[in-house]
Design a protein around this ligand. Sequence first.
Ligand code: GDP
Ligand code: MN
Length: 393
Amino acid sequence: MKLQEYHAKTLLSRAGLPVPEWSVASTPAEARAQTQAYAANGVSQVVIKAQVLVGGRGKAGGVKLAGSPTEAEEVAGRILGMDIKGITVRRVLVAPAAEIVRELYLAAVLDRGARRILMMGSAEGGVEIEALAETNPEAIIRLHAHPHLGLLDWQARQLAFQLGLGDHLKAAVAIAKGLHRVMIDNDADLVEINPLAVVRSVAADGSVSFSVQCLDAKITIDDSALVRHPDLEPMRDLDEEDPIDVEARKLGLSFIRLEGTIGCMVNGAGLAMTTMDLVNRAGGSPANFLDIGGGARADKVAAAMRLILAEPTVKAILVNIFGGIARGDEVARGLVEARSMQERNVPMVVRIVGTNAAEAAEILRVAGGDIQTARDLDEAVEKAVAIAGAAEA
Ligand code: GDP
Ligand code: MN
């Protein structure tokens, strides 16, 4: 689950990291009022930022400065409703604009290969790290945190020096260690600050000071760990999630979309993987991974079928059910029900074995139509691959 910048900043700021104060507006009038409140505290300029879960908002025109409440209202009016990479902006973040002296990059990412958290930094912030990795890979600092002890002091100091933050050593060390902590505490896959900035501030008495601030934040939480973080679930942005994923989660189905043409409905993750392997071996390609779970009832089967059929590239459906807790006749009833509601006629090959398999076969036989049955899995896979291949030709 990707977090919006304002949620990510909440996690950073809770962990004690330096984030300039911010507010969130969903109308231009709100942005105006918030800017007015900042101005009352001596803030002369605000930054207004589109809250969408895509990178490069700045380049797309989704990050703008405003010098007055009136201008903030205008700017927010332009950004709200804007389309950024296919996503409509519904909210903006409003914050006192920082006077940036230098932009840097700092992130904690999960390095699955090394089974450690990798700290990545660059003195060339502001640019996208992927672009930097292509043009100037030596400019990226990489350092693995200790798997048990975390990011050690000397590691954090080394990072700080390599980033050219020797003048802000204490702050930089605290930020690097803080990022690592946020990563661990929230079971995140990624915590990215781009830009991490050296910021110039002028106090009311005219004195100038410099500090390091997190001006942008991107956090991705490991979905499988969300059960451990009930406080994070409300941060999910349903507007920006694939409606199919939202529906699958609601139904309690494990559903992952793939590129192929054969929709697969299987119970059990292991059986689902095996089915996908067999489809590949027979020369076909699965359109999805779907585990309908044990003891699936007819309505769940019908709902799962709707998810599969929502993909217009699906040319054949392969149903592979091992009836243990799940009863074959229940599944068959679900399939027939789904078929009756289906708007698009996609051939279905069904293999059901185990509990009530005979009843299932009878239900499918009576239903007739485009439901084919198979004696065993190999035959079912072959039939489905042949149908999908013929449809594509
Ligand atoms: P992104 O483009 O989606 O990564 O959005 P960012 O929040 O990183 O903003 C893009 C760019 O806008 C940054 O690299 C900065 O150059 C600029 N920017 C962001 N916040 C501020 C700010 O408070 N003050 C100033 N002057 N520039 C900012
Ligand atoms: Mn950024």
